[in-house]
Design a binder for this molecule. Structure first.
Ligand code: BMP
Length: 263
């Protein structure tokens, strides 16, 4: 008998509209796959997103690595998000005082809060970073993830630091919807989303500290919610290989989820 709620059922556990929409989208598209599109040319960025769009619940961006960034790109990104029904997660990893991150989130050339349903922050400055970001994002219905752990070798985000990050999230449930982490962490009874990078089926690492686990290890063994895959998907050079990899990771993530909720 299943004691675990489905993604769709869990939408009701959140008041935050971005979290609700993500869970509803996952259920509807049968996808717990997020693709991280870490390329430097707008043309490649948009074409990868249009190719993987049907297979994903979420597109993760590093908007600051685009060398030909122009505000019209955001219009096109939003159009693709409508066309394929995915949310947008800007992986900005804010890490400064509240006043500064509020400016970085709302202003500058990127105006992240205008278009990213979800962004993320390091817990290192303490709760003021959430106060700053939520002053911008909460009125817009945005959601925040805290980095509780990292996928990299030698990460310092472990133990007491990870635990304190959990407490920060619990105290800010309206805006903090979950974590970037490597596992669902015990000890909290409230629902949080767990999004997990460092996912690859064909590689164990990249020689720069990245470590990969399979979708099954992440979703079934570690009870995470969303797999985040970058180079494993867009690394191929043809649109057909990108499409095939997106389908492969979607299937792997979803079958692991079905196995988990049937336990
Ligand atoms: P790839 O699958 O190509 O290794 O990309 C992983 C993506 O996830 C990168 O965009 C990276 O910035 C991000 N990421 C990560 O790899 N590990 C973390 O702990 C947190 C991240 O945001």
């Amino acid at each position: 008998s299943s004691h675990l709620q489905s993604y769709g059922q869990r939408a009701q556990n959140f008041t935050n509209p971005a979290a609700k929409l993500l869970l509803e989208t996952m259920e509807r598209k049968k996808s717990n796959l997020a693709v991280s599109v870490d390329v430097t040319k707008t043309k490649d960025f948009l074409s990868i997103i249009d190719t993987v769009g049907p297979f994903v619940c979420l597109i993760k961006t590093h908007i600051d690595i685009l060398e030909d960034f122009d505000p019209s790109l955001i219009t096109q990104l939003k159009e693709l998000s409508q066309k394929h029904n995915f949310l947008i997660f800007e992986d900005r990893k804010f890490a400064d005082i509240g006043n500064t991150v509020a400016l970085q989130y709302s202003r500058g050339v990127h105006r992240i809060a205008d278009w990213a349903h979800i962004t993320n922050a390091h817990a290192v400055p303490g709760p003021g970073i959430i106060t700053g970001l939520s002053s911008v994002g909460l009125p817009l219905g945005r959601g925040l993830l805290l980095l509780a752990e990292m996928s990299t070798k030698g990460s310092l985000a472990t133990g007491a630091y990870t635990d304190a990050t959990l407490r920060m999230a619990e105290n800010n449930r309206d805006f903090v919807v979950g974590f970037v982490a490597q596992q669902r962490m015990g000890g909290h009874h409230e629902d949080f989303l767990v999004l997990t990078p460092g996912v690859g089926l064909d590689s164990k690492g990249d020689g720069m500290g990245q470590q990969y686990r399979t979708p099954r290890e992440v979703i079934l063994d570690s009870a995470c919610d969303v797999i985040i895959v970058g180079r494993g998907i867009y690394g191929g050079d043809t649109a057909e290989s990108v499409r095939a990899q997106a389908q492969r990771y979607q299937d792997a993530g979803w079958s692991s989820y079905l196995e988990r909720i049937s336990l």
